[in-house]
Structures are given as C-alpha cells and as structure tokens.
Write a protein that binds this ligand. Sequence first.
Ligand code: F6P
Length: 343
Amino acid sequence: MKIGILTSGGDCPGLNAVIRGAVLKGVISHDTEFVGFRSGWRGVVEADIMPITRHDVRGLAKQGGTILGSSRTNPFEGEGGGPENIQRMLDENGIDAIIAIGGEGTLTAARRLHDEGGINVVGVPKTIDNDLTATDYSFGFDTAVEIATEAIDRLRTTADSHGRCMVLEVMGRHVGWIALHSGMAGGAHAILIPEQPQSIEQICEWVESVRERGRAPLVVVAEGFTLEGMTEAHSHKGLDAFNRPRLGGIAELLAPMIEERTGIESRATVLGHIQRGGAPSAYDRVLATRLGMAAVEAVYERQWGSMVSLRGTEIKTVSIAEATGGLNTVPQDRFDEARILFG
Ligand code: F6P
C-alpha cells in the first residue's frame, strides 16, 4: 500500500506530529510506503510528490509548521484538477489513497473528490480556531490558547503598572473558542466573541466596573467579533492592499472607543500568527499523533470519505460530510459561564 499525505489551508502546530504518527504507524504495523504532496492540493494537481521515509519523520512531533508546505489551492481548479485527472495522477504514481489534513475548505474538497470521483481519501481535522464540528477538539487549539493566555498574563503586569485598559485580539474568524478559553484561563474582564455581539456601552460598563474596583481592565476579543448595530461598512473589516476583506483590527477599533468613552487610557495588541507558529503543546502532540495513526487504520479499513475525530478521549471515525456540515460555535451556556467571571 502506498499512501500520499497532504497538509492544506492555514498551518497549525501539530501538522508534523500527524505526519509522523501516520508514517510510524504505517511503516511499523503495515510496511506502508508514504509520499507527501508538496503545498497541499497544489502538489496533487501538479503531481509534486516527495517520498517520506521513517527517517524523515524523526524528531518531528515537536516541530511547528509542516514539512510538506501548505497552500489554499482548490483541487477542482487548474489543468491537473478535478477527480478524473487526480485519479490518473494517483494511478501513474501507484498511490492507493490520500490522507488529507486540513480544515473546512480542505475537508469539503476531500469529500467532493470522494463523492464525485470515487477518490480514496481519509481526512484529518485541523483548526486552531476549533471551529469544526464532529470533533471535540483539533490539535493546534490547545497551543494557541496557551500562547494567548501567556499574552494575557504579560499584558496584565504592564496594564497594572500604568492603570491602562488592554485590549488583546486573538484569532477566531467565525467562532470565539480561543478568546473564551484564553480569557477564562487568564482572568479577562470581558471576552468578546463573534457568537455574542455586544454594544460599546455594554463593553464600557464592564471596563468601568473593573476600574471602580481599582483594577486595570483586560479585554480579550476574537478577530471575528462585531459590535452590535455596527454595519460591516463601518466596522474594522475594510479592504487590504490586495483588495481582500481585511480580517483583524477589531482591537484597534475598540481601544480608542473605550478610551474616549471611559477616559481610561487604552492600548490594543493584535496577537496574529504568533498563535500559529512554533512548537505544539504536549497535548497537541499526543492528539495529532493519535489522529495520524488512526488515519492510517482508516485507510486499511477502506473507510473512504471518513475523517478521524476526537470524541471524549477516544479517536473515532465520522463521515467528512458530518464534519463539514456547519460550524462548531461557542454555545450560550459556555459564554454565560465565562460571563460570571467578567466582573
Ligand atoms: O482559520 C485559522 C486562521 O488562523 C484564522 O483564525 C485566521 O483568520 C486565518 O486563519 C488567517 O489566515 P492567513 O494565514 O491566511 O492570514
């Protein structure tokens, strides 16, 4: 059996640990041969293939990024794209199956390739945002929360020294899991997430109540948060230099608004891609390794169109369709729970 692995979409700490887990499991248990597709689906469409041996994955669990590279290429586009061309490329290279490691976009493409073209594919969920359904957590999330929590701890001491309000922006385009968990862990005084739009008046009320108790307010905001009643045209989501919708920047919008309304000097920090770089946490290394190993088993069980997933403490397989059917949003009760700690 020869398996091709790809990592696609935004990178994430733990991608290399998945590759290592898969290769070690395959080589040791089944004598599998592995290749990697360079830069996600681009490597599939362009047949850009590299061998991966047991030797290549030595010491890889702790290494951030991905040795295969990543891209946001759509496998249905371009000269070598589409199920027929891809199947031909797999046949020409003697590749029996693909393990696709990625988020929503990658998994949707994998599902379509399987459903529409019968491609033998197994998915592995990847998202630092924790926005995929059908898996309790994905690797990368724990690492991102750890980094954001450290940032909160560091901002707190400088906030206290100057009596300032600090607004920290973390990742989370559509869901607020990183903000919720890091905010709870770091003791934030307000956690602002896309699922719970708030008015500027409410935010300032939270900030002022903290100051009244003699503390320096700390606000954590997910990049996808929008102020209640604010239209997109007037929000932080303008266009960037390439005419793409600009994500991020909500902290820079909020900090001056808070300062103006409360009179408390305020500063914004945008954490950005620091949350995605560097070594994965021990938890993420273990989860990623287990997912990689399980993906190989799913290949040998011919569970095409399935995705490996964390359910409780166990790794199960679910259909990719289940995993791409919606977003894993922060439920109301989890927000209410955190809300109690704001004051
Ligand atoms: O989906 C993960 C994510 O990190 C989002 O939180 C963020 O908005 C986006 O990727 C950033 O993407 P890029 O690396 O393409 O700028």
